[in-house]
Design a binder for this molecule. Sequence first.
Ligand SMILES: [Mn+2]
Length: 490
Amino acid sequence: MTEQQPAPENPEGDEPIKQRKNGLYPAVSDELAENMKSGWADTELRDLRPIAQAPDTARRRAGLSARFPGERLVIPAGNLKTRSNDTEYSFRASTEYVYLTGDQTQDGVLVLEPTNAPEGQSAHEATLYLLPRSDRENGEFWLDGMGELWVGRRHSLSEAEQLYGMPCKDVRELADALREATGPVRGVRGHDAGIEAALTDKVTAERDEELRVFISEQRLVKDAFEIAELQKAVDSTVRGFEDVVKVLDKAEATSERYIEGTFFLRARVEGNDIGYGSICAAGPHATTLHWVRNDGPVRSGELLLLDAGVETHTLYTADVTRTLPINGTYTDLQRKIYDAVYEAQEAGIAAVKPGAKYRDFHDAAQRVLAERLVEWGLVEGPVERVLELGLQRRWTLHGTGHMLGLDVHDCAVARTETYVDGVLEPGMVLTVEPGLYFQADDVSVPEEYRGIGVRIEDDILVTEDGNRNLSDGLPRTSADVEAWMANLKG
Ligand SMILES: [Mn+2]
């Protein structure tokens, strides 16, 4: 990448131009400044079509409006975060903002302004506050580090209005306007410190949390657009898993990083990114639930637990896990453990249907795992006692699934009564992902078990009459996994 060079006239020659002082840009000659103002074509885009999800985002805003009548609602996208010095982490807009606008622009803010509309009509007017195109008159576009010449062309406000179906205004005027505004207001916290500072005296943590919780619960049931996006995410993820199988020999010659990089390539080429740090856990690393260092060896005879998901351009992510024999064939013990996890997953998936309790699929999967652990003599029965005391959890470790959507652990602030203690409805998408993990230093199990970790994770849509496995493009039984790997390795 290129470092921003100061203009020769800048007396502080080693200071990047982007650090502008007192609102002034560094000195450049009058001739150059004048020259840079003109000679640029009009690139305004006209007759843009609205984004595909514009009707959906409008419906979601209407739901939000109905829940908080008479209150100003402020939902920021968030700002860039510094990685080091003048470089930033890649930007990912807040989930709340993306859900309600379809936009992903840094520094954007959605404001729902209460109106005095007659009964039955929309009680808010939505406005999207965005950074407009760079000013060519004052040199901002080439002298400012956030100028379009450095970071790329932005949409003009009128272009954004056509895309997102809302009036758009200059976000640089928003903080002052919020400071001066009166009346009740709520904001989504944690994304934009500048906007929060402008609201400081007007909001309370409790009321803001109610807004965040409502949006989280709004997202529990997915609409058709969201389901199609999740399917896209899963389909790319399936191809990413196939990519990995094809290069396992290269991973053996290097490290888990080869797997991480291979999957990431697919994510970046077909989607926006990975939806979370890929877990590329070979051998005993499979027993570390969030192994994302991915710097270990990949050895024939051991298992690879790959937990990874592609995030689409609209930010919906898959979350899929397969546990593969690195040389293509499970050992007898690996297969025994794998088949138990498969059986548990089957029981879990069967419990996913409308009207079922959210906890049912977890309980169904845990029961199967407890039965096997008792059968293998690893824990003393009866199974009912094991389940009652939760003794199986030494090896099952985690919950059997979670909601999936814009966030990998979606709807995370939904209330217990609507999520964990809730009932499944058509349109919900969740993972079913039982596992068994025998830590390398677990001397309570026979030595041959130690260092084996198995998880199988699929993305399941609740349908009107049961469920649909969005990730059935990948094999799940041990025999099918082996056949699939043999076929890919050719
Ligand atoms: Mn998961």
